[in-house]
Design a binder for this molecule. Sequence first.
Ligand code: PHE
Length: 341
Amino acid sequence: MKATLEEIGRASLEAIKNAAEASELEALRVRYLGKKGELTAVLKSMGSFTPEERPVIGQLANDIRMKIESAITDRAEEMKSAMMENKLHSETIDVTIPGVKVRVGRSHPLTAVLDETIDIFIGMGFRVAEGPEIEYSDYNFTRLNTPVGHPARDRQDTFYFTDDDSVCLRTQTSPVQIRVMENSSPPIRIVSPGKVFRKDEVDATHSPVFHQIEALVVDKGITMGDLKGTLNTLVHRLYGPDASTRFRPHHFPFTEPSCEVDVQCFECRGKGCRICKGEGWIELLGAGMVHPDVLAGCGIDPDIYSGFAFGVGVERLTMRRFNISDMRLLYENDMRFLSQF
Ligand code: PHE
């Protein structure tokens, strides 16, 4: 029996030394020390030994058990530190390798000018109101004094979504005026930025999708003077204090009187050059006093209240602002172009 025990001790310690994985170690523990393990079997058979043999065998078996236990613990420790060593090694960071440079992005020029313009309006007490790009033709045209058959509908042809043409891609941000007036009562002071869509061929100054900002003010005693003051503030803030404006009579179905507003050419200061096509002035936006019928159609009494509105193209503002001569550059997203702003 002594020899068997010694053999168990020798074989188990050898196996433990050679174990490569924690699972292997556990299997060895079960094999030798488990309930049905080899060493346990010897201890269980104690009864069959003589009283003289028992303490000797018992002592030996216990010694071997302790040796196996501590061999397992030691080997487990070894494995753990080898693993840690490995991990440290494989996860080493070489802090001397040059890093990948992070390129910091910036706003697209259209977004930058849009944000700046909205800031200017917010500074004047306006709030931002948004409207849907897919709009009822009723809001986009009819309630803006442009009934079916009105020639302005042809000039602003667009995509329609229903057989009866009652839903369309909006051609202007002016329908937001109707939405706001319908849902609130004066005083009203809003700007509404967003995309608009028209049947325009792409060229240096046109795109079938572009952006406008609409402004609407309705209150008691609003006059053309308020319109001029607001627009001049906008132009001065965007283009500098000596930028001068010119108000030309014009026609829009939903404003009366209406005007177009030009800004003096910043390149030639009014003398006439290539940028202003010899005019000395550059057209900036459409504006006017909200038509009494439009107010009344939204439940606002035109005998008590009056208002002004204007709609300005963000592309146009941006092109003037950065001296960009071709609108297409704003949509091509060529980094060589965009990184200049
Ligand atoms: N919606 C008009 C356009 O797109 C511009 C405009 C807005 C004119 C508000 C007057 C008042 O041409």
